[in-house]
Design a binder for this molecule. Structure first.
Ligand code: ZN
Length: 77
């Protein structure tokens, strides 16, 4: 047994989660949305993980999708 299978499963899980979060919570009124600068700071991990901005990402697909766009590409492929 190696960790290869597990890391592939983790990646699948995170892709599924990604897909889910980018559609699960539409917020067309953009209520309580974060500024682009703030999303950039989150994407660059310039904010502590306990920052309430992350909670908003989990409740707002619009911000989540923008956050994912602003994140640097994962270099694992
Ligand atoms: Zn938002």
């Amino acid at each position: 047994m190696t960790d290869d299978r597990r890391s592939a499963d983790d990646r699948k899980f995170s892709d599924d989660l990604d897909e889910l979060l980018s559609r699960a919570n539409p917020n067309p009124g953009r209520i309580g949305c974060l500024s682009r600068d703030f999303l950039l700071a989150l994407a660059a991990r310039a904010q502590p993980i306990g920052d309430p901005g992350y909670e908003h990402l989990l409740q707002c697909s619009e911000c989540y999708r923008e956050f994912r766009r602003l994140q640097p590409a994962r270099g694992d492929q």
